[in-house]
Design a protein around this ligand. Structure first.
Ligand code: MLT
Length: 272
């Protein structure tokens, strides 16, 4: 179901799905990639395991969540603030936080700003490092692309990295779905999203202090976060597990939902 609440006069919208079983539930919060919204998690929200509740917010400015004050500086911590507001709204002390790519950067921000709220982590197709010089330059180029050609130009520029070679060659339904989702995002949310990606701090120093159960997932065809980067990150987190999904690209949960869901369900069943 879709739900919403107000936080500081802003609307925060989220998708909420419960698995079968007792009302006493643990909660997984799913944080989406750029330039998408909560509905990229539909294939996970449809198969919530027994005893779990999955909640997926539209991060600020994406989907149906309002962008907030657009003249204020944009920070990745804005997304963490909204995740914490969501936990407060749901009456939850803590939850397992899962983030894919930009969602992973937001998960690191929650870990940095509100560590007590994080009961576990799923870090999918994401990295802890901040943008380097060339990545920041390409964010500036992306802002120009957005100003000139809108959401559609941003999507076409990102497509080769966003989806794996196998998906692009043989799954036109997935390409069309992701295009439709990306093209429906408000331009202001995309613009401020790019600024948040560009200015996010290095989360590498957090890795050695992580003590909660952690699953790292990566598609073997992910060109934005390579399998080697994921392997390196997982080695820096004590007790973390790594799952690499074959013939899967950057949007691993959408491109190969069966592999993603199997890894997620096993992790939740064994570690919580
Ligand atoms: C994403 O998928 O969220 C973006 O590709 C992240 C990024 O560009 O760093």
């Amino acid at each position: 179901m879709r739900a919403q609440f107000q936080h500081h006069h802003r609307l925060i919208c989220y998708l909420d799905a419960a698995g079968p079983g007792p009302l006493e539930r643990q909660t997984l919060v799913l944080l989406h990639a750029f330039p998408l919204a909560a509905d990229m998690w539909q294939r996970q929200l449809g198969v919530v395991p027994a005893g779990w509740r999955f909640v997926a917010p539209d991060l600020r400015g994406f989907g149906e969540s309002s962008p907030g004050e657009t003249s204020a500086p944009a920070s990745i911590d804005d997304y963490a603030e909204d995740v914490v507001a969501l936990l407060d709204h749901l009456g939850l002390d803590r939850a397992v936080i899962a983030g894919l790519s930009m969602g992973g950067y937001a998960a690191f921000s929650v870990l940095r700003t509100a560590p007590a709220r994080v009961g576990g982590l799923v870090l999918a197709d994401t990295r802890a490092e901040a943008d380097g010089e060339s990545a920041r330059a390409s964010r500036d180029a992306m802002l120009e692309t957005l100003a000139r050609g809108g959401a559609s130009a941003v999507f076409e520029r990102m497509l080769p990295g966003l989806l794996g070679a196998t998906t692009r060659a043989s799954r036109s339904d997935v390409v069309d779905l992701v295009r439709k989702m990306a093209l429906s995002q408000p331009e202001e949310g995309i613009r401020r999203g790019i600024l948040r990606l560009k200015t996010r701090p290095d989360a590498t120093p957090l890795l050695a202090a992580i003590r909660c159960p952690t699953l790292v997932i990566v598609g073997d065809e992910d060109q934005i976060v390579g399998p080697d980067d994921a392997r390196q990150m997982h080695l820096q987190i004590a007790g973390a597990e790594l799952v690499m999904i074959g013939r899967d690209g950057h949007l691993s949960n959408l491109e190969r939902p069966d592999g993603f869901n199997a890894a997620l369900a096993r992790f939740l069943a064994e570690r919580f």
